[in-house]
Design a protein around this ligand. Structure first.
Ligand code: GDP
Ligand code: MG
Length: 448
C-alpha cells in the first residue's frame, strides 16, 4: 500500500531528527499520485500536499516511528481532519421534530436517501415523516411515496388522498415543506425529512427555491447529497450549494460504484463541512454512517489496491483459466486435483480479502469474498488428499462407503465430503462453460 511504501522509503532515516526537504518531497510525490488516483480534485490535492509538506518539515521525528511512518501518520491525520474528524452524528432537536432537509443536484440520490434515512430512524425507534417538496419532476412525489412505503414511513405530499388538514394543494414547494412540519408537530412525528428538487446543473432558480425552503422550515440539518462518481466536478457543485443553502453535512451517494472516494475529500476540503453518511446502493438498507478514519485509510491505500486487483485478475485470468480452457480444448476432464489447484489459487486472492473488501470496484466479488474462508481450503485439501488418485479423476465412483472412508481419513464429517463433491460438480459445469468461450464466470470453487 501507499502507507507501506512511504514507510519503507524512509526506513533508514530513523533517528535523524528532522526530515530533510528532499525526503519529504519524495513522499509528497507519492501522496499526490495516490490522491489523484482517488479522484480528489486537483486544487484540493495541491493544497493538501503543501500542508502536509509544511507539517512534515516542521515536526521532530518521534522516537516510536520512523520518518516514513511519521509522514504517513501526518497524512492520515490530515485526511481524517479534512473529512470531519470524529464521526459526526445527526443533531437531534431539543424540541422535536428534528427537521432534516436534503439538497443536491438532480439524480444525486436525494429521494433514495430520504427513504434510507427514514428507515434508519425508524429502526432506531423514531417516528419519521417524509415530506415531498420536490414538485419539479412529475413523478418525484410518487417516487418518494414508493420509498416511504418500502420503509414503512408515511409521506406528506401535496396530493389528494393524503389525509391532513394541512394538505397543501398549492404546488408551492415552500408551502408543502412548511405544512409538512406542521403536520409532524400535530401528529407527533419526531423526525421530518424534507426531499427537495434538483436540476442537472447548478441553477439560480433551483438554488433560490432550496434557500427559500430552508428559510421557511429552519432545519436542524441540511444534508447536501452528492454523487461520489462526480469526481473532479465535486468542488464546484459543493461550493455552489454551500453558498446557496449553507448545508450542515454531506452525504456521499453511489459509493458502491467505481467511485474512489476522492469526492469526499474534495467536498469536505472546500466547504469545511463533514461527510456524515454514505449511500452504497439502490436498496434502502444500502446506507452507512460515514467514518472519516476509514475513508482516510481507503484513500491512503487506494493506488496499490487498484494494482493488486489488476494483478489478482491477471494471475487468475492468465494462469488457471487458460490452463483450464486448454484442458477442455484437449477434451480432458476437470478433476478434483484441478479443483484443489483452483482453491489454492483463490487462497492467493483470499489473503487480499480485507483490502479487496474496502474497494468499491470489487463490488461484484464482494459476496464471494465475504463467504471466503481460509480454513475451507485446508479442509478441501485434506479431503482431496484422502482420495485415491483414481477417485480424484473419477469422482462418480464415490459411493457411500468410499465417502465415509474419506471423511474418516480427513477428519471431517461425511456431510462435508458431500458438500465438497457438490461444489466440485458446480465448478465442473462452470469450467465447461468457460471452455466453450464464455469467459470467466466468477470464481469457481468458492463456497457459497
Ligand atoms: P434525486 O434526483 O437526487 O432525488 O436522486 P434519486 O434518489 O432519484 O436517485 C437517482 C438514481 O440513482 C436512482 O436511479 C437511484 O436508484 C440511484 N441511486 C441513488 N442512490 C444510489 C446509490 O447509493 N447507489 C446506486 N448504485 N444508485 C443510487
Ligand atoms: Mg428526487
Amino acid at each position: 500500500s501507499l502507507s507501506d511504501r512511504l514507510t519503507s522509503t524512509f526506513k533508514n532515516l530513523r533517528g535523524k531528527g528532522r526530515l530533510s526537504e528532499a525526503d519529504v518531497d519524495a513522499t509528497v510525490r507519492e501522496i499526490r499520485r495516490a490522491l489523484l488516483d482517488a479522484d480528489v480534485a486537483v486544487p484540493v490535492v495541491r493544497e493538501f500536499t503543501a500542508h502536509v509538506k509544511e507539517r512534515a518539515l516542521g515536526e521532530e521525528v518521534s522516537g516510536a516511528l520512523n520518518p516514513g511512518q511519521q509522514v504517513v501518520k501526518i497524512v492520515n491525520d490530515e485526511l481524517v481532519n479534512i473529512l470531519g474528524g470524529e464521526t459526526r452524528r445527526i443533531k437531534l432537536a431539543k424540541n422535536p421534530p428534528t427537521v432534516i432537509m436534503l439538497a443536491g443536484l438532480q439524480g444525486a440520490g436525494k429521494t433514495t436517501l430520504a427513504g434510507k434515512l427514514s428507515k434508519w430512524f425508524k429502526g432506531q425507534g423514531h417516528s419519521p415523516l417524509l415530506v415531498a417538496a420536490d414538485l419539479q419532476r412529475p413523478n418525484a412525489v410518487t417516487q418518494l411515496q414508493v420509498n416511504g412505503q418500502r420503509a414503512g414511513v408515511p409521506v406528506f405530499a401535496p396530493h389528494p388522498g393524503v389525509q391532513s388538514e394541512f394538505d397543501s394543494v398549492t404546488g408551492d414547494p415552500v408551502a408543502v415543506a412548511r405544512d409538512g412540519i406542521a403536520e409532524a408537530r400535530q401528529k407527533l412525528y419526531d423526525v421530518v425529512i424534507v426531499d427537495t428538487a434538483g436540476r442537472l446543473g447548478v441553477d439560480a432558480e433551483m438554488m433560490q427555491q432550496a434557500a427559500d425552503i430552508r428559510a421557511a422550515i429552519n432545519p436542524d440539518e441540511v444534508l447536501f447529497v452528492i454523487d461520489a462518481m462526480i469526481g473532479q466536478d465535486a468542488v464546484n457543485t459543493a461550493q455552489a450549494f454551500n453558498e446557496g443553502v449553507n448545508f450542515t453535512g454531506v452525504v456521499l451517494s453511489k459509493l458502491d460504484g467505481d467511485a474512489r472516494g476522492g469526492a469526499a475529500l474534495s467536498v469536505a476540503s472546500v466547504t469545511g463541512k463533514p461527510v456524515m453518511f454514505a449511500s452504497t446502493g439502490e436498496n434502502l438498507d444500502d446506507f452507512e454512517i460515514f467514518h472519516p478514519d476509514r475513508m482516510a485509510n481507503r484513500i491512503l491505500d487506494m493506488g496499490d489496491i487498484l494494482t493488486l486487483i489488476e494483478q489478482a485478475e491477471k494471475s487468475w485470468d492468465k494462469g488457471e483459466a487458460e490452463r483450464m480452457a486448454q484442458k477442455f480444448a484437449d477434451q480432458e476432464d476437470f478433476t478434483l486435483d484441478d479443483f484443489l489447484a483452483q482453491m489454492q489459487q483463490i487462497r492467493k486472492m483470499g489473503s487480499m480479502k480485507k483490502m479487496l473488501m474496502m474497494m468499491p470496484g470489487a463490488a461484484n466479488m464482494r459476496q464471494q469474498l465475504e463467504n471466503f474462508d481460509e480454513r475451507e481450503i485446508d479442509r478441501v485439501e485434506a479431503i482431496v488428499r484422502s482420495m485415491t488418485p483414481h477417485e480424484r479423476v473419477a469422482p462418480k465412483i464415490l459411493n457411500g462407503s468410499r465417502r465415509a472412508r474419506i471423511a474418516k481419513g480427513s477428519g471431517v464429517h461425511v456431510s462435508e465430503v458431500n458438500g465438497l463433491l457438490e461444489r466440485f460438480g458446480q465448478a465442473q459445469k462452470m469450467m465447461k462453460k468457460m471452455a466453450q468461450g464464455g469467459g470467466i464466470p466468477g470464481m469457481p470453487g468458492v463456497a457459497g
